[in-house]
Design a protein around this ligand. Structure first.
Ligand code: ZN
Ligand code: FE
Length: 255
């Protein structure tokens, strides 16, 4: 029961994703920065739209929802904790909830930190996680609402996923994330190889997402705050994982 996933660039650097469950032909979109490119992609593919899945309340993830809902009649899914600041939801979801896209199960996890109430959509059967601005390729979202402990908890949830799960995040920020990651771990061979791959992709205007959990665990400094070698590089050998995560996040904010 595979999923066909199409990346739809929106606005300056956002990604929306169209997901088609191929047994039933049911289609979902993850986040709607703007309706135009998504409607154009649906038309090109000749796909209907059944579900609109919202990760969090920021305008660059929801601004096109009403136009897309009106144009397609799709039902809207989003976080229960954010109902007061999301478009009207047909399904309000909390961590532990699941729903079906055709014959595929989607599990909801709370990935707060960037915002409180941010959720991610996890299709376990298809090894695909839609993380928006929580875990990002070689990075994580800036902490607008949550604290270091909350976002480190979110990183641990992603670390617990199987290595072959592909992470589809919400922005093309990877070049800047790569430049920063190199300042934390300049000699990490996996990171150096990934950065070379990222630079080649961007030079050819190819998206750097998705990336696997295994690759993030090997190269993403925000996923690696608990590792002795990373603590040593930051001269924080005796600090807690949360404090090291916080130090890395603070450095990135000032990068
Ligand atoms: Zn955001
Ligand atoms: Fe965003």
């Amino acid at each position: 029961m595979p999923l066909k996933i199409i990346t739809v660039p929106c606005l300056d650097d956002n990604y929306a994703y169209l997901i088609r469950e191929t047994d039933t032909g049911k289609v979902a979109v993850v986040d709607v920065p703007e309706a135009g490119p998504i409607l154009a992609a649906l038309k090109d593919l000749d796909w209907p739209l059944d579900q609109i899945l919202i990760t969090h309340h920021h305008p660059d993830h929801i601004d096109g929802v009403e136009e897309l809902r009106t144009a397609t009649g799709a039902q809207v899914y989003g976080g229960k904790d954010d109902v007061h600041r999301l478009p009207a939801l047909d399904f309000a979801l909390s961590e532990g909830d699941s729903f079906m896209l055709g014959s595929e199960t989607c599990d909801v996890i709370d990935v707060s930190g960037h915002t409180v109430g941010h959720i991610a959509f996890l299709f376990n059967g298809a090894q695909a996680a839609f993380s928006a601005d929580s875990l990002m390729a070689l990075g994580c979202g800036r902490l607008f609402e949550g604290d270091f402990a909350m976002m480190w908890g979110t990183m641990l949830k992603f670390k617990a996923l199987p290595d072959d799960v592909l992470v589809y995040s919400g922005h093309e920020y990877t070049t800047s994330n790569a430049n920063f990651a190199l300042t934390v771990e300049p000699d990490n061979a996996d990171l150096l190889a990934r950065v070379a791959d990222i630079r080649e992709k961007r030079a050819n205007d190819i998206p750097t997402v998705p990336a696997s959990i295994g690759l993030e665990k090997a190269t993403n400094p925000f996923m690696r705050a608990d590792l002795p070698e990373v603590k040593a590089l930051l001269e924080m050998q005796n600090a807690s994982d949360i404090d090291v995560f916080g130090a890395i996040r603070t450095r990135k904010d000032n990068f």
